[in-house]
Write a protein that binds this ligand. Structure first.
Ligand SMILES: N[C@@H](CCC(=O)N[C@@H](CS)C(=O)NCC(=O)O)C(=O)O
Length: 211
């Protein structure tokens, strides 16, 4: 088994899907969290000057998507069949569509502009985006299982991470408290994922962070 060292800031954000995979697969990994000052000192030494970075036996792999698919392929969350991968990609790309909202929140010039971005997301965009996810979920086993196939895949991990970990602090609610009452299958999926033993254990023991 290779040695894994995941380096990111002290945040869930772009590193949490990789952490969920390590936890679900029961793999040992170093979960390194750097401060902004430490990052300033090390930025130039990383290949792309960005985090997260996964070191596999000391060799660096940047880009969260590449990291997720690499761990996914190696440990059973991203299959080798091209069509099955494409089904997972449809879900993860739908999750990536939330990124435009996230970028707007972080780029807002002041609190007023940020509040406006959030208000417009909640009023106009969020329901449409959650419905897309719910539609994808219900295509498989009437929405009573996982997004693709019979077991947890990268698709489930990315959806859970976005809806449980990433969107709540950006929309002013506690982690895990996004309002999904109009999307019952999605809400039930979130509970199903959260109560998986290894996931609930990790959520209880992981560092509490804002993002
Ligand atoms: N596409 C990259 C984006 C990485 C990225 O934007 N990382 C941010 C943190 S989320 C970063 O490294 N910021 C510090 C910097 O750019 O100096 C990925 O998904 O890994």
């Amino acid at each position: 088994m290779p040695t894994y060292k995941l380096t990111y800031f002290d945040a869930r954000a772009k590193a949490e899907p990789a952490r969920y995979m390590f936890e679900l697969a029961g793999l040992e990994y170093e979960d390194t969290r750097v401060t902004r000052d430490e990052w300033k000192a090390m930025k130039a030494t990383t290949g792309l000057g960005q985090l997260p970075v996964l070191e596999v036996d000391g060799i660096e792999l940047p880009q969260s998507g590449a990291i997720e698919r690499y761990i996914g392929r190696k440990h059973g969350f991203y299959p080798s069949d091209a069509w099955e991968c494409a089904q997972i990609d449809v879900v993860t790309e739908t999750v990536n569509d939330f990124q435009s909202f996230i970028s707007k929140v972080f780029r807002a010039e002041n609190d007023e502009a940020k509040a406006e971005v959030i208000k417009s997301f909640l009023a106009e965009e969020s329901a449409k985006r959650f419905s897309r996810l719910e539609k994808l979920l219900t295509k498989n086993k009437e929405g009573k299982g996982w997004f693709v196939g019979d077991k947890i895949s990268l698709a489930d991990i990315r959806v859970f991470s976005m809806l449980n970990d990433n969107l709540p602090p950006l929309t002013g609610v506690e982690v895990g408290c996004l309002d999904l009452k109009d999307h019952p299958h999605l809400a039930a999926f979130m509970d199903r994922f959260k109560t998986e033993e290894k996931i609930s254990k990790w959520i209880k023991k992981r560092p509490v962070t804002k993002f």
